[in-house]
Design a protein. Structure first.
Length: 279
């Protein structure tokens, strides 16, 4: 582990991504015990204040402290995106591995089902599912998680298919291990690096989708702050209170950038061949 971290920190993408991601996660964790102001406290006398001393990022049209809302919004975005990734991995990986192991008609049916899901843009798919189930953070998790399932199913199936003809898998089969045991003991551990990288990408996409759903009113509901909802509330106030849109927009951009850099760095560290090709 120490050697991995030492090698990884020499990768600029990984180092930058892990610093940004850790900062966002730390900010979200701190919000559980402390924020500069209560995000449910309305102070009309301080509404639409530009960033200044006591309000680092200014206030919104209800006088709420935007920095405090960014902190609480971070934990909601992370919670929704993380839960959606867990759903995608927890269901998609077993389905993909099962399809690769069994093959035949089952494999064909599952992959054609994936094609149907991929025919729709990710945000549109999540919005349709959230609209059916209704607005709310839980339903946003379900919507994004359902979209993640075919992503991980296709990825794990492709990775598993490249592993099944390998010599060590043949040796395991010759030793009498069944396909389920081989998948658990050999296939999944040998595709873990690919899954980890994809999880960081899906995490970043989950933050974008959560913000998009909240923006159209299908995600996290008031009074709980959400970066997407903050953007929605700011759209009519850009001319006289641009900080209301710029700050949550930057929070989304920085978070997604950090996760994408982290994923890019992990890809290089876990597969040094890619790093050599870039050089």
């Amino acid at each position: 582990m120490k050697q991995f971290l030492k090698t990884a920190m020499h990768n600029r993408s990984f180092a930058t991504g892990i610093v940004i991601t850790c900062f966002i996660v730390l900010m979200a964790a701190v919000s559980f015990i402390w924020t500069p102001y209560d995000v449910t406290n309305l102070d009309i006398t301080a509404k639409l204040k530009a960033p200044y001393g006591s309000h680092w990022f200014g206030t919104d049209h209800f006088g709420r402290d935007i920095f405090s809302m960014i902190m609480v919004g971070a934990r909601n975005s992370i919670a929704v995106a993380l839960a959606a990734v867990i759903i995608g991995v927890g269901i998609g990986v077993p389905v993909g591995c099962w399809a690769a192991a069994r093959g035949g008609q089952l494999d064909e049916v599952l992959m054609r089902g994936n094609d149907v899901v991929f025919a729709f843009p990710s945000l549109l798919s999540a919005a349709m599912i959230a609209a059916v189930f209704g607005p709310g953070a839980i339903n946003a998790i379900i919507a994004i998680g359902i979209f993640n399932i075919p992503v991980f199913a296709r990825l794990s199936r492709g990775a598993a298919l490249t592993l099944w003809p390998r010599d060590f898998i043949m040796a395991a089969r010759a030793a009498g291990k069944n396909k389920t045991r081989i998948t658990i003991e050999h296939i999944i551990p040998n595709m873990a690096n690919v899954l980890i990288v994809q999880a960081t990408v899906a995490f970043a996409l989950g933050i974008i989708l959560e913000a998009g759903l909240a923006y159209v009113g299908l995600g996290t509901q008031p009074p709980t702050p959400s970066w997407g909802k903050m953007l929605n509330e700011a759209q009519t106030m850009m001319s006289f209170a641009p900080h209301m849109a710029v700050i949550p927009g930057l929070a989304i951009v920085i978070s997604v950038l950090g996760l994408n850099l982290l994923g890019d760095g992990l890809r290089d560290v876990l597969d040094p061949r890619l790093s050599r090709k870039r050089d």
